[in-house]
Write a new protein. Structure first.
Length: 411
């Protein structure tokens, strides 16, 4: 019974004219497709909506300043500095303008089929302690965003990008940069599980969330080589608990099998261990690999070296998506004549090859790719499109139609 309801739902969705990305799916297919439709019918081709719910100054410099946050390193310190009320007002304006409905249309128009939405646990406000400092009021903008994306036919990955206590050290993407990350306690695991339980219910019961097919339980946690005690504890005590909470909620809601979420973990290349080690069940598990050649010391830092690296180094699992990558190259060479883009716009043609090489490999070896990030402003004094898809397309460094990029690969 539920099976047919779900199928009818997808058929109804497919008949909405605005849904361009899935009109090619036949109605026969639609019967067998649920929430996880995308990785089974096409490659994931997407962008991250970075700096929306967790602002990182390094790629949103102007935006951060206009929020009144200049001089503060992360959201916590800005909220603490401005005071809760003033900060909530500043963040409200930010959420309203950073990603608009036009951005979502443009994303779909460029042949992309996916958005990955990084969120901090504090979007569920009752999880936040009085002693903690995070902005309030983001949830209605998440609801609005996923609704727009569903209307545009986009598939959605929701990513718990920032954990209670912070899951890694000295990073603004955790919302609270701390030298000693404090996520690795049963109390904070429980807060993260409460978030996952709640968002799972929202995904399955709120129509705006109908295109969310994947839920990532934790972005970029501490690496084993940084603190083996913490990373092993997380794999043993948080990952299985997170899995169980999501599935238990789905079971309570009688979600049919084809609509169970893909539950996503960082792949083992990340360096926090093997996520599945203590899982009782791995049905519909999915992995996330972050492939930043800019930080990869194996790459020879020449144009040919980067193409070679893009074509040969990636080794993720077949059920992994590269959830983050960029067009950047090593800091030491990114502004020289060979790689600079500010004074050498003709380098855009090479970057287009570099992009095509990367995505062809991520599509061939795995489930596809999600670029970091859609939008940025003022990195090092200019819009460095090596980190922003929107401007890279305008500069001619990414093809206008994302689904054609891999066929232009030099690999
Ligand atoms: C690693 O984590 C453990 C447990 O949280 C902590 O006691 C220890 O100080 C940490 N080690 C380092 C080097 O930070
Ligand atoms: C895994 O399954 C066993 C046996 O059913 C059970 O005792 C255990 O609690 C389960 N572990 C988790 C993390 O769910
Ligand atoms: C870097 O260059 C050396 C020498 O040409 C070559 O042997 C090696 O495979 C290259 N490494 C990569 C990752 O391309
Ligand atoms: C993008 O390319 C694909 C594959 O060639 C094609 O099917 C699709 O129609 C193109 N989309 C647009 C908007 O041109």
């Amino acid at each position: 019974m539920l099976y047919y309801l779900a199928a009818a739902f997808w058929l109804a969705l497919a008949s909405v004219p605005a849904v361009t990305a899935i009109v090619s799916i036949s109605s026969a297919d639609a019967h067998t497709l649920g929430r996880r439709w995308l990785p089974s019918v096409d490659k994931i081709r997407g962008v991250n909506l970075g700096s929306l719910f967790i602002v990182e100054e390094w790629f949103a410099d102007d935006e951060w300043a206009s929020m009144g946050c200049k001089g503060y390193y992360d959201e916590w310190s800005c909220v603490e500095g401005l005071g809760q009320q003033a900060a909530d007002a500043a963040f409200d304006k930010h959420w309203n303008r950073w990603i608009t409905k036009d951005d979502i249309s443009e994303i779909a128009h460029y042949g992309l089929n996916t958005i990955r939405v990084p969120v901090g646990f504090w979007i569920k406000e009752d999880l936040v302690y009085k002693s903690e400092h995070y902005p309030r009021g983001g949830l209605k903008y998440l609801d609005r965003l996923v609704g727009w994306a569903a209307d545009a036919g986009l598939y959605i990955i929701i990513d718990l990008h920032a954990a209670p206590g912070s899951q890694t050290g000295n990073e603004e993407f955790t919302g609270h940069s701390v030298p000693k990350p404090g996520f690795f306690t049963l109390k904070n695991y429980e807060r993260a599980c409460e978030f996952l339980d709640w968002i799972t219910e929202r995904i399955h019961t709120n129509k705006a969330y109908r295109s969310v097919g994947m839920l990532e339980v934790m972005n970029e946690p501490i690496k084993h080589r940084v603190n083996a005690t913490d990373s092993e504890d997380m794999v043993k005590n948080f990952y299985p608990a997170a899995w169980d909470r999501i599935r238990a909620r789905e079971s309570k809601l009688h979600v049919p099998k084809q609509d169970l979420l893909h539950i996503q973990f960082m792949g083992s290349n990340w360096g926090s261990g093997r996520a599945e080690t203590y899982l009782n069940d791995t049905t519909f598990i999915y992995y996330d690999e972050h492939s930043y050649l800019t930080f990869d010391t194996r790459v020879n830092q020449t144009k040919d070296g980067y193409i070679e690296g893009a074509c040969t180094l990636y080794n993720g699992e077949s059920n992994a998506v590269v959830g983050e990558f960029s067009l950047s190259v090593a800091h030491a060479v990114q502004s020289n004549v060979e790689f600079g883009i500010k004074n050498n716009p003709s380098n855009a043609a090479w970057y287009k090859k570099y992009f095509s090489a990367q995505v062809s490999v991520y599509e061939k070896r795995g489930g596809g790719w999600v670029f970091w990030s859609w939008k940025c402003n003022w990195i090092g004094g200019f819009n460095d499109w090596r980190w922003c898809y929107k401007y890279a397309v305008e500069a001619g460094a990414i093809p206008r139609n994302a689904s054609e990029a891999s066929s232009e690969s030099p690999c």
